[in-house]
Design a protein. Structure first.
Length: 568
């Protein structure tokens, strides 16, 4: 069982190259495939799975392949057995039990006579024992759907398993179960992921960057340590090469200055008649030849030094950081920006949706509403149960909870995009809302135009200056949103949200790191470190939550009640 890439290259039909002459192999063991959004990770998995054909080179896979794509279209009326991928074998076993002993039925079963037992075993192992094989997919939550598909892969025991962002939409418990499961997998496992906990369970890391693939032994921590060492060495090489360029420039200028002095002295001597005319001419020609050779030598040395500097700079990864200042978002510590009441009892899914769409061409922004004078909440009957949520000042609040508990529904209500039965929301500060999907941009407009739509009173120069801090400099700010890569789109959405006018004093972020590469997640954390308002983040990504300095942890129970607590 193995995957072998031989001079593998891939370009899209429009000619845009993505992968270039990849040579690598993956044997039994766990490999995490990482890289920037748009680097070609999902495309590489599709090439290995046989869904795409290489432009040149080859992919050789030994053994059968199980593939879980990042985005899959599901038939909600399909059965769980179909989602598990065992429906055909199960039907064949049923037909044989009814007396159909045809070769086709027996071939369809193969060695999978115990497939139902294996499927139920894996469902139970992934905390899905309550899911029946004949249940409809529509009964499953998004996280349960992913875990059921994973159970089907593991139950079928393929030699090679390809997983593309498997932890998206999974709650913390499911993520931990998946990480524990892959630890024991005996076959070839190739996982595209940004989930740090899952990547820590890998045996090696494959880094896809600028069309090339580089392998690192060990898990994510080992990769980051090696990468830091490589970067430090590359930066030292850049410093040394830059110093050499300065030295060669100095030598060239110094040599030209000395030669000019010698030329001037020679002309003065010839003009004074101190040497015969013929001798002066010969001396001049000799000096010119010597000067030419010297100038050529110094010019060559300078060109060589510049070439070495370019090579050294190429080895340093482009890891630009977002650096912004947002003083207008500052909120005093005692000021309340949002109050939610009615959370001490179970509430139902959205009963009424406002005429305002949940997702528009720009970030949802709720302007301040003067709150009525309300009594301070008394102590709830149940310890840790919140009847009322007050968000004050520059708090950093994490909202956790299992899939299906209603985190997204609650955030939409806080943003003013939905109404909840028995729940009241009062906003006394401008609210910016980032939904899970990064589809709040108008794909027909440029990045500049999208930000100006969110900040209509800002001048074009102010918008461009703000976008430069989000790494959209010069012509990059004039790109049409529909042509942006995943990482670029994320930064454009973040810019539209944080540069909006009036600036948001409360940010509501719904699973913001879903599908973000590690660099983009770092950029988000950097941007939030500059933001001086309040933040409420619904997320299962505990390492990210810790990195942004969470000050209060909340948990939404399965029945919708909001509980206080500590980190999960």
């Amino acid at each position: 069982m193995s995957i072998v890439l031989s001079d593998l290259s891939f370009s899209w039909p429009n000619g845009r190259g993505l992968l270039s002459t990849l040579n690598s192999s993956f044997g039994p063991g766990r490999t995490g495939l990482i890289g920037m959004n748009g680097s070609g990770k999902s495309t590489l998995l599709r090439l290995i799975a046989g869904e795409l054909l290489p432009t040149s080179g080859s992919v050789t896979v030994t053994g059968d392949v199980g593939y879980l794509p990042q985005n899959r279209t599901l038939d909600t009326e399909a059965s769980v057995a179909e989602l598990l991928g065992i429906a055909a074998v199960r039907d064949a076993i049923g037909a044989i039990a009814d007396g159909n002993t045809s070769a086709a039925a027996i071939d369809a079963v193969g060695d999978d006579w115990d497939i139902e037992d294996r499927a139920r075993e894996w469902l139970a192992r992934l905390n899905l024992a309550h899911v029946g094989l004949d249940d409809r997919v529509r009964r499953l939550s998004g996280g349960e759907t992913v875990m059921t598909a994973l159970a089907g892969l593991f139950a079928r025991k393929p030699s090679v398993i390809l997983l593309d962002e498997p932890t998206n939409n999974l709650d913390l418990d499911a993520r931990r179960r998946l990480a524990a499961t892959v630890q024991d997998w005996p076959g070839v496992l190739l996982v595209v992921s940004h989930d740090r906990a899952l990547l820590e369970a890998m045996g090696q890391i494959a880094d896809l960057s600028q069309g090339s693939l580089r392998m690192y032994g060990g898990n994510l921590s080992a990769y980051e340590a090696q990468l830091a060492a490589d970067q430090a060495a590359a930066e030292r090489a850049v410093s040394a090469a830059a110093a050499d360029v300065r030295r060669q420039k100095h030598d060239l200028v110094s040599n030209q200055t000395k030669q000019s002095g010698r030329d001037r002295a020679g002309r003065q001597l010839a003009a004074s008649g101190g040497i015969p005319h013929a001798a002066a001419g010969g001396r001049k020609r000799s000096a010119q030849e010597t000067a030419g050779r010297s100038r050529e030598l110094h010019t060559e040395r300078l060109a060589t030094a510049r070439s070495r500097l370019a090579e050294a700079e190429e080895a340093v990864r482009d890891d630009d950081t977002i650096r912004i200042s947002l003083p207008r978002t500052a909120v005093p510590a005692g000021r309340t920006v949002l109050t939610v009441r009615g959370l001490d009892r179970p509430w139902h899914p959205v009963l009424a949706v406002s005429s305002k769409p949940a997702v528009s061409s720009k970030p949802v922004s709720s302007k301040p509403v003067s709150p009525e004078q309300e009594p301070e909440p008394g102590g709830p009957d149940e310890p840790g149960l919140l009847a009322r949520l007050d968000i004050r000042g520059p708090e950093r609040i994490a909202l956790t909870g299992p899939n299906g508990a209603g985190k997204t529904t609650l955030l939409r209500a806080m943003a003013g995009a939905a109404a909840l039965d028995g729940v009241t929301v009062r906003r006394s500060g401008t609210v910016g809302y980032l939904p899970q999907r990064l589809d709040i941009l108008d794909d027909q407009l440029t990045v500049v135009e999208n930000v100006r739509a969110a900040a209509p009173t800002a001048s074009i120069n102010e918008v461009r200056a703000g976008l430069a801090r989000f790494l959209f400099r010069g012509t990059r700010a004039d790109q049409v949103a529909g042509t942006l890569s995943g990482g670029e789109r994320f930064r454009a959405v973040l810019a539209a949200l944080l540069l909006a006018q009036p600036p948001p004093q409360l940010l509501l972020l719904d699973e913001p790191t879903n599908s973000l590469d590690l660099a983009s997640a770092r950029q988000l954390a950097q941007a939030l470190s500059c933001y001086q308002g309040a933040v409420l983040v619904a997320s299962h990504d505990v390492p990210f939550l810790r990195s942004i300095g969470i000050t209060r942890w909340l948990r939404l129970a399965g029945d919708g009640r909001l509980l206080t607590g500590g980190p999960p």
